[in-house]
Design a protein around this ligand. Sequence first.
Ligand SMILES: [Zn+2]
Length: 234
Amino acid sequence: MKTNGSAIKNIPFEKIARMEFEGDNHVATSTETPMRDDAFELSDEEKIAFIEDRFRDIMETLGLDLNDDSLAGTPHRVAKMFVKEKFKGLDPKNKPDIRAFENKYQYNEMIVEKNITVNSSCEHHFVPIIGKAHVAYISSGKVVGLSKLNRIVDYYARRPQVQERLTRQVAEEIKQTLNTEDVAVVIEAGHLCVNSRGIEDQSSSTVTAEYLGSFKDENKKREFLDYVKMDSKQ
Ligand SMILES: [Zn+2]
């Protein structure tokens, strides 16, 4: 294994290597993303250097010649993309700072934010999950700026994910941030691991939903879904 003089070459490979393989078995085990105790011992820069070396090994194992101009920068590019973009939601330091404020308008109906872009990654294949989230809450006295709901979705999406867990994490975060029991989250997304490999079904998408508090009530649920549908007609 090449280490390229990386500052972190002394870290045993088994400390970093993934412990288990779940394959196609898309089962969400808990609401929490499974994280190692030492998840944040390395700085972002150390992680990028380490992943870069490993990704170079992967490319070379596949037989690619990294002396080619077009390929030379790929290991660093991929490593930086993993740490700083695709998976930055693993690190709590990147969690959006969301302050709830007083619901001074006395608006007591549901607030719905529709068609929030979901740009995530399947944790079983590391390929994109792309879709839309629709979220709603009913204020218990606090509200947040609407774009904060987009930021919550984006933060949890930027991890290796399963859609079921992402849905629950977003609902739980909104519940806690707004101190309300009444939260609904629906996500519809295409999984590239289904669309472009394996069964190669181009047209299928996956819908997941979490209804908390009064959204478990059929009328509330229908009202929410009617608002969501309204948008999809455009
Ligand atoms: Zn997958």
